[in-house]
Design a protein around this ligand. Structure first.
Ligand code: UD1
Length: 417
């Protein structure tokens, strides 16, 4: 079992680099299945989730090779349309292979990904969208079996701007006959990156980044080379860590417009930062104010930064309310933070936070990826020795986080017991 041992209470100084976005690279790897040409992706983070998606692509018949930060994917004319059960259940995000495999093979069989720690996470909107394109969906022994000899463009209104559903429909529609219009589409920067990538392969997608996406289906996709956008959630996590610990930290490789809702909340709470070329410099201090947060779809406050922001607010001046509107069970970090002396009360979908002057070190368990990030933040601010267990969750989405944090003076080590 691996754990992080953290000696908290140190200010952080220096520069820290943000890698390519996990939530962009995973669907883009899936979209590579649309083309029989060679795809090269640059700035691909070395994450557990990327390695699982690589295994999924290999299991379908593709070749995936990593050289440094680049990934080469050569799919050719693969035959398989069924993704292995163990891989799909390991990573929910692998559901995004549905659209491209269906488009290429006319059929896809994939285990129903089911729920996860943060909620039940159904895929009904993915399936409804694919059905609108002409697919037939069968549920058989816990598997989703989706077939469509021909996909036909359609007008699709999403009941909710789901990121994964938008991506699956976008990828299937990119290769469908005729025009598809997705209304109430997700507008996240990762959707824009996916659409840009598909367009580089010869796709015809307009409007990604707005809530109406227009997709003209094409028959052939070529190989291409594409640089993945920076990870706005990793960037936000580092910004919040720097704000919480105090000091002077420059977070490199940031697109500030992707972080507008976070920066607005930093302004409101009096945390000082400066936007610089390709980066954000944070000047942490101990006197930030409590602010309320409500998670929303993009461009609202991202649910993936709710946990680290909540951890920061445990030491803010005053009372804050954090409301989670996207996932029904995303407060598992709350009990862990309470064990460190945080004053938190859960009321339905909200947490009421009364700021305390300091947190106490503790032995903690990371229950999911972003909860794990919240615990690292809290442990780095608590003077003394903390341990965080179950850190495999963190390896899913943060590349060598302890090494990156050591680079700005954090006392954190990975211990294998
Ligand atoms: C993606 C991100 C995740 C982020 C989330 C919201 C990836 C790999 N993951 O997840 O980090 O937290 O967006 O920004 O990109 N829902 C349904 N039915 C569906 C689809 C979704 O009820 O068919 C619900 C979900 O249970 C959830 C909400 O809609 O409560 C949002 O989900 P969605 O936007 O689809 O998130 P993901 O794509 O799973």
């Amino acid at each position: 079992m691996k754990k992080f041992v953290i000696n908290g209470g140190k200010k952080l100084y220096g520069e820290i680099d943000v890698g390519g976005a996990k939530n962009a690279v995973l669907p883009i790897m899936a979209a590579s299945l649309l083309s029989s040409g060679e795809v090269i992706l640059d700035d691909v983070p070395d994450l557990l989730d990327v390695s699982i998606m690589s295994q999924v692509v290999r299991a379908l018949g593709g070749e995936v090779t990593r050289r440094g930060k680049s990934l080469t994917i050569q799919v050719g004319d693969f035959d398989n349309f069924e993704a292995p059960f163990d891989l799909i259940t390991k990573m929910r995000a692998s559901i995004v292979i549905m659209g491209p495999v269906l488009a290429r093979k006319g059929r896809v069989r994939i285990s129903h990904p089911g729920g996860c720690a943060i909620g039940s996470r159904p895929v009904n909107w993915h399936l409804k969208g694919l059905e609108s394109l002409g697919a037939e969906v069968r549920i058989d022994h816990g598997y989703l079996d989706v077939s469509a000899p021909v996909l036909k463009g359609a007008r699709i209104y999403l009941d909710f701007p789901s990121v994964g559903a938008t991506e699956n429909i976008l990828m299937a529609a990119a290769a469908a006959e005729g025009v598809t219009i997705i209304e109430n589409a997700a507008q996240e920067p990762e959707i824009v990156d996916l659409a840009n990538f598909i367009n580089r392969m010869g796709g015809k997608i307009r409007g990604a980044g707005t809530n109406v996406i227009n997709i003209e289906g094409v028959k052939e996709f070529t190989g291409t080379r594409h640089v993945i956008i920076p990870d706005r959630i990793e960037a936000g996590t580092f910004i919040l860590l720097a704000a919480a610990c105090g000091g002077d930290v420059r977070v490199n490789n940031v697109i500030p417009t992707h972080l507008t809702p976070l920066l607005a909340k930093l302004d409101e709470s009096g945390i000082l930062y400066r936007e610089e070329d390709d980066g954000i410099r944070v000047f942490g201090n101990d006197s930030f104010q409590a602010v309320d947060i409500k998670t929303q779809v993009h461009p609202g406050f991202p649910t993936d930064l709710q946990a680290p922001f909540l951890a920061l607010l445990t030491r803010a001046k005053g009372t804050a309310i954090v409301t989670e509107n996207i996932f029904e069970n995303r407060f598992m970090h709350v009990d862990e933070l309470k064990r460190m002396g945080a004053d938190l009360k859960v009321e339905g979908r909200s947490v009421i936070i009364q700021g305390v002057p300091c947190l106490n070190p503790a032995t903690l368990v990371a229950t999911d990826l972003r909860a794990g990030a919240a615990l690292i933040l809290a442990a780095l601010t608590a003077e003394g020795r903390s341990e965080i267990w179950e850190i495999s969750h963190l390896d899913r989405g943060y590349e060598n986080i302890e090494v990156k944090l050591q680079g700005i003076g954090a006392d954190i080590v990975r211990v294998d017991e």
